[in-house]
Structures are given as C-alpha cells and as structure tokens.
Design a protein around this ligand. Structure first.
Ligand SMILES: CCCCCCC/C=C/C(=O)SCCNC(=O)CCNC(=O)[C@H](O)C(C)(C)COP(=O)(O)OP(=O)(O)OC[C@H]1O[C@@H](n2cnc3c(N)ncnc32)[C@H](O)[C@@H]1OP(=O)(O)O
Length: 358
C-alpha cells in the first residue's frame, strides 16, 4: 500500500517529538530518505574530504541510488515509526522498578535515581534477623556503587521496624552463649560501620513505629521523614541492654543530654511530633499523604547532581567519622557483655514466655 503525503507529514512531526537523540547513524538514514522522498536521487557534487558532515550526508543520500520517491517515503515513515515505538517501550522499562534478586528479607529496587531498601518482614513488624542484618549490609554496599543518587530505607506494612529480632538470642550456636555474643557483636559493629561510611545521602522514610536499633541508627541518616503515626522507642534498660548505632554519642549531640537520657536510659517513647521537636526527625507528614508527599520530594532531590551531593555529604560526615567508629566499637563491646547478663536473658525469655508487649 502506498504511503500518503499525510502519513509522511505526520512522521515528520513525530520525529520532532522524540525525546532521545536516535544517534548519528539513524539521523543519516532519516536525512537520506527525506531527501530522496522529496527531491529524488542525489545529483549534487560530492563535498571535499575535509567537510566531514556534508560528506557523510552526501554519502548516505547517494547510497540510495535510484530508489523511487514513493519507496523512500515509505521507508522514512517506517523508520520514524520504529524509533518512536522503541523509545516508548524503553520509557516503560525505565519506570518499572529494577527489583534486585537474591534478597529474602528485603525488597531492593532502583528507580528514578533512588535505591530503595525496604525491610520486608511485615508479619513480624520488620524485626531484624541475623540474615536481615547481612542483607542490609549487602544492599548498602551495592547502593554505594550503583547509579543511584540517594538511598532510602523504609519498612513494608504498618511498622517501620521493631528492632532486633529477639530470636537472634534464642538460637544458641554450638560454641555456646559466649560465641553467640561474640559473633553478634562482630556482626553489629560491621552493620553500623556500613551506615557510618555510607558515601551517598541516606534517607529514612519512617512509615510507622520504630523500635530499638531502627531508632538509634537514625542519627546516622542524613534526613529522616516520618509519618505522624510513627513512634520512636528505645527500650534498652527494660531489655537489660545498652545503646548502639552510635546513639550514645549522636543522641545527646542531636537532642541534648537530658532528652537523650529520657530515651536511652528511661525508655521514653517519643511521638513523631516530639522526635521532630528534638531534631531526630527532619519533617513529619500526615499519614494519609505521607508516601505521596515524601516520594515527590525525594524524586526531586534525586535529580540533583550525584557527585556534588555525595561529596558534600562526605564533607559533612567526614569530620566525625573516626569518632563514630570508636563509639561503635565501644558500644558493641558493652553489648557483648550485656548479652551474657541475667538482666538481658530474663528480658528476652519474658518476651517469648509471657508474650509481654513493650
Ligand atoms: C545478631 C546481632 C544482634 C544485634 C543486636 C543489636 C541491638 C538491638 C537492640 C534492639 O533493637 S532492642 C529492641 C528489640 N525489640 C523489641 O523489644 C520489640 C519486641 N516486640 C514488641 O514489643 C511487639 O511485638 C511490638 C513491636 C510492640 C508490636 O506489638 P503488636 O502487638 O502490634 O504485634 P505483635 O503481635 O507483638 O507482633 C507481630 C509478630 O511479630 C513478632 N515480633 C515483633 N517484634 C519482634 C522482635 N523484635 N523480635 C522477634 N519477634 C518480633 C511478634 O512476636 C509476633 O510474632 P507472632 O506471635 O505472630 O509469631
């Protein structure tokens, strides 16, 4: 079927709407077909060797030989249509989150220059198992190297995270409880180290209540957005434990000593509004619009220049890094001892025995 002049004109207009440059090879083909369709075979003199652009165009047009105007028009329309459809299918692909495989306790995706690490044990309130600590470490290592501009940690379901999974203390290895405590301290120190050293802006999207280590780590994030449904609870004394995640240093620095003491010594649970007033949370959003508002904001941030953001973050955090590593080391050493204490063992047994809720 012969292609009409109207189809040809339409193809010309569609070409102008292409968002991506189709590349020189395709542009030369389009140029040649257009000239052939409108003027017929090339009869102009060959440009000089040094006039590269004109020569490339002349070569492309001449290569069509005696192709008829009708056939050139048809080929032009077909080429434009294939460029348009390949662009729209690649745009559909771009908006589909690139879900990373191999994680059992997390859902990790990268889209719109944002790597999102979602804690994914909603039925257990996203309590962090040994495996989840290891997977978060791996996800942070990958996010540090990928193309994303910012990295977000959030939770699936109604909780952000209920802290350390207390079952981590019930699976006693063959080396006994001392070995469990030693391995736990090594894992925890490495886990927290990955937050201290994370090279890109790290953002917490606190979608619900947060407990224990998921709260203490917030001092190592660059921004913390919370729903007004979120609460912040660090029940360390009740559990016979002591603070971690560098909170023994960062919390007094962020909120002042006495407010930090209320949380870290006396288990005071903060509302989102209180956490904002004390500087732990950057901004609180109504739960109804939380996801929408936060992600619009984050997508805009992720369009900022990647290297500039990373270097600025590293400048801001770099000053304190050595101190933070030392604090992390001390906190883990103290916890290793605590995990062997009756105070701690009784608290864990009480959680599982009586199913007592904090
Ligand atoms: C190996 C390295 C170790 C590093 C350790 C680092 C130090 C970290 C310290 C901390 O994080 S301390 C804080 C520890 N967390 C807690 O003490 C919270 C315990 N959980 C609760 O108090 C309650 O579950 C809740 C979070 C207040 C929610 O209560 P709710 O009534 O709404 O739901 P539940 O029915 O209790 O929970 C549903 C389901 O999830 C299980 N679960 C929740 N949190 C934990 C947890 N932290 N550990 C283990 N399991 C948890 C809960 O048992 C329920 O399970 P099922 O009964 O349905 O099987």
């Amino acid at each position: 079927m012969r292609v009409s002049q109207e189809d040809f004109e339409k193809a010309k207009d569609q070409l102008k709407l292409l968002k991506e440059d189709p590349g020189n090879e395709e542009k030369l083909k389009l140029y040649a077909l257009f000239k052939q369709a409108t003027e017929g075979p090339c009869s102009s003199p060959k440009p000089g060797m040094l006039d590269f652009v004109k020569k490339a165009k002349w070569d492309a047009w001449s290569s069509l030989g005696s192709l008829s105007k009708d056939s050139a028009r048809q080929k032009y329309v077909d080429l434009v249509s294939s460029l348009v459809s390949s662009e729209s299918s690649s745009q559909v692909k771009d908006t589909t989150p690139d879900s990373k495989h191999g994680y059992e306790t997390l859902q990790v995706t990268t889209t719109d220059h944002i790597t999102k690490i979602m804690l994914n044990r909603p039925e257990k309130k996203n309590a962090i198992t040994t495996q989840m600590y290891k997977e978060i470490i791996q996800a942070l290592e990958e996010a540090a190297k990928d193309d994303s501009v910012i990295t977000v940690i959030t939770g699936n379901g109604d909780y952000y995270c209920s802290g350390n999974d207390l079952n981590n203390f019930t699976n006693i290895p063959s080396g006994g409880i001392e070995k469990m405590a030693k391995d736990g301290a090594v894992l925890l120190e490495n886990f927290v180290k990955h937050f201290i050293d994370f090279p890109k802006p790290l953002i917490a999207v606190v979608n619900g209540p947060a407990v224990g280590i998921s709260v203490t780590l917030l001092g190592l994030f660059d921004i913390v957005y919370a729903t007004d449904r979120a609460t912040f609870h660090t029940p360390f004394s009740e559990l016979g434990q002591s603070p971690e995640g560098c909170s023994s240093y960062m919390f007094p620095k962020i909120m002042g000593l006495s407010k930090a003491n209320e949380m870290l010594l006396f288990n005071k649970k903060l509302t989102a509004g209180e956490a904002y007033a004390q500087g732990l949370v950057t901004e609180v959003f109504p739960d109804r619009t939380f996801e929408k508002e936060v992600w619009i904001r984050l997508k805009a941030y992720a369009n900022l220049p990647k290297n500039s953001l990373a270097l600025s973050k590293q400048l801001i955090r770099g000053v304190e890094k050595e101190k933070l590593h030392a604090v992390n080391c001390q906190e883990c050493e103290r916890l290793r001892e605590r995990w062997l204490s009756d105070e701690c063992l009784n608290a864990v047994m009480s959680f599982f025995g009586k199913k007592s809720k904090l």
